[in-house]
Design a protein around this ligand. Structure first.
Ligand SMILES: Cc1cc2nc3c(=O)[nH]c(=O)nc-3n(C[C@H](O)[C@H](O)[C@H](O)COP(=O)(O)OP(=O)(O)OC[C@H]3O[C@@H](n4cnc5c(N)ncnc54)[C@H](O)[C@@H]3O)c2cc1C
Length: 409
C-alpha cells in the first residue's frame, strides 16, 4: 500500500531476479515497494533451467525458506551431465557428477520457479503488469520520475532495474558508456515435450536424466526433465554467424532446421524432430555482453540486477544464478543489515544513504565475479560447439561457476 512520505522503491521487471529481490529484502515501516512488469500476462510460456550447486548455495544463504522450496521442487541428481556423442554412437562419453561437498544439480521449469517465488512476496505486494518503463529522470525534491510507454508516470525514491538482457535500465544507468548486448553467434531451438512422447521416441533413460550430445560440428543439444518429470526440456544450440533477428514465432522447414545439426545420429534426429513438432518450439538468438558496465547510477538512484547487470549466454547454466548471487551480495551482505540497523522513524535521506552505500559495495564486489563468469560462459559456448569431447576441458569452467556462490561470501 502506498503511504505519503514513505521511501518508495520501484522494481522494474518481474522475472526470477526481480521476484527474488522483493521476496528477500528486509521490510521496514518507512519503506514501500512497487513492481512494474512489461508483459501483460503474469507468466510467459517458457521452458527449463539448470539450478547448479551455486544457485542452491546462494539462495540458502539469502533466503532459507526459498532454498528449501526450490530444492524440494527441482529435479535433482548428483550428476550434472550425462554426455553422449552427437554423431558417433561408438564413442562412449562419461557422466559428470558434482562433488559431494557441493551437493546436487537441479533442474526446474521457469514457470514453476516464477510461481514459487511469487508465493514468497510480501502479502500486500503489488506488481503492475503491462507497464513498460521507458525513461527515468531526476525529479523534484531529490526524487526520481519514471515514465512508461502508456504515457503514465510514477515518482519514486530509488529504482532497481531487473529488466533482462535487453535492459532499458542498463542503458539509463550507463549513459554515454552504454554498449548494447550483442549477438553471440549462436541460436537455439527449444521446446518442452511431454515425457511420454520422448520415451516413445528415444526410450526412458534419455527422458529421465540430463543428457548432452556433444562432439558435433557447430552444435550441441541439451535434454532434461522438468515439471515433476511430466515434460522434457530439449534445446538444440547451433552456430549461425549472421544475426538474422528472427521473431520468436519464426518457423522453418524441418529439413532446414535439421541442416543446423550436420551428422546428427538417429537418436538426436528423433529428438530434434520432436521439438520441431511442438507448437511452442522457439528459435532464440542468444545475446551476450562482453564487457560489463556499471551497475549503479547515483544521479538516477538506480541499480541493476540479474541479466540487466550481468546477462550471459546460457552455456554453463549460469546467467540467472549469477543474478541470484548478485542479489545475495546486495541484500544479505549489504542492504538488509543496514535496514535492520535503521530506526523505525528513519528519514528518507537516511534510507537513500544506505541504499547508495549498499549499491556501491554490491557493484564493487559482484562485477569482477560476474565478468569472469560471463567470459567463461562465452568460452564454454565455443567448447560445446567446437566438437570438443575432452571432459576435463568441458568441466573446468562450470566447476568454477559451481563454487562461485561460496567463494564470494
Ligand atoms: C535458452 C536459455 C537457457 C537458459 N538456461 C539457464 C540455466 O540453465 N540456468 C541459469 O541460471 N540461467 C539460464 N538462462 C538465463 C536466464 O533465463 C536468465 O538469466 C534469467 O531469466 C534472468 O532473469 P532476470 O529476472 O534478470 O531477467 P528476465 O528473466 O529476462 O526477466 C526480465 C523481466 O523484465 C521485464 N521487462 C523487460 N523490459 C522491461 C521494461 N522496460 N519495463 C518493465 N518490465 C520490463 C520482462 O518482461 C521480464 O519479465 C537461460 C537463458 C536462455 C535464453
Amino acid at each position: 500500500m502506498s503511504l505519503p512520505g514513505r521511501f518508495r522503491f520501484a522494481i522494474i521487471g518481474s522475472g526470477p531476479v526481480g521476484k527474488l529481490l522483493i521476496a528477500s529484502v528486509k521490510q521496514h515501516p518507512r519503506i514501500e515497494y512497487v513492481q512494474y512488469e512489461a508483459e501483460t500476462l503474469s507468466l510467459r510460456p517458457s521452458f527449463g533451467y539448470g539450478i547448479g550447486p551455486q544457485t542452491f548455495a546462494t539462495v540458502r544463504i539469502l533466503n532459507p525458506p526459498i532454498w528449501k522450496k526450490i530444492l524440494e521442487q527441482s529435479f535433482t541428481s548428483p550428476y550434472w551431465m550425462h554426455f553422449l556423442h552427437a554423431t558417433d554412437d561408438n564413442v562412449k562419453l562419461p557422466a559428470v557428477a558434482v562433488t559431494e561437498e557441493l551437493g546436487v544439480y537441479g533442474r526446474i521449469g521457469r514457470q514453476e520457479l516464477m510461481e514459487m517465488l511469487d508465493d514468497f512476496a510480501p502479502r500486500d505486494h503489488e506488481v503492475k503488469y503491462g507497464m513498460r518503463m521507458k525513461d527515468v529522470n531526476r525529479g523534484e525534491n531529490d526524487r526520481v520520475k519514471l515514465s512508461f510507454e502508456d504515457g503514465t508516470e510514477d515518482v519514486v525514491d530509488a529504482v532497481w532495474t531487473c529488466d533482462g538482457m535487453n535492459s532499458m535500465g542498463r542503458k539509463l544507468i550507463q549513459g554515454d558508456a552504454y554498449e548494447s548486448a550483442e549477438y553471440s553467434g549462436i541460436i537455439c531451438f527449444r521446446a518442452k515435450v511431454e515425457t511420454g512422447k520422448v520415451e516413445a521416441a528415444v526410450g526412458e533413460v534419455l527422458a529421465s536424466k540430463t543428457h548432452m550430445f556433444i562432439g558435433g560440428s557447430g552444435y550441441f543439444v541439451l535434454i532434461f526433465p522438468i515439471f515433476e518429470a511430466k515434460y522434457v526440456n530439449i534445446v538444440g544450440f547451433t552456430r549461425e554467424n549472421e544475426f538474422k533477428k528472427r521473431e520468436r514465432a519464426w518457423k522453418t522447414q524441418l529439413s532446414d532446421m535439421l541442416a543446423y545439426f550436420p551428422g546428427a545420429n538417429r537418436t538426436l534426429l528423433k529428438l530434434l524432430e520432436l521439438i520441431y513438432k511442438e507448437q511452442d518450439c522457439q528459435c532464440l538468438d542468444l545475446m551476450v555482453m562482453k564487457k560489463l558496465g556499471l551497475f549503479y547510477n547515483k544521479e538516477l538512484r538506480m541499480t541493476s540486477f540479474g541479466d540487466a547487470a550481468n546477462g550471459m549466454p546460457p552455456h554453463m547454466g549460469g546467467s540467472m544464478s549469477t543474478g541470484f548471487i548478485g542479489v545475495t551480495t546486495f541484500l544479505y551482505q549489504e542492504l538488509n543489515p543496514r535496514i535492520e540497523s535503521l530506526s523505525p522513524q528513519a528519514s528518507n535521506a537516511e534510507i537513500a544513504e544506505i541504499v547508495m552505500e549498499a549499491s556501491l559495495e554490491y557493484e564493487e564486489k559482484h562485477r569482477p565475479l560476474a565478468q569472469k563468469l560471463c567470459d567463461y560462459s562465452i568460452e564454454q559456448g565455443d567448447i560445446f560447439t567446437g566438437g570438443v569431447i575432452d571432459i576435463d576441458e568441458i568441466t573446468r569452467r562450470p566447476k568454477s561457476l559451481w563454487e562461485a556462490a561460496t567463494l564470494q561470501r
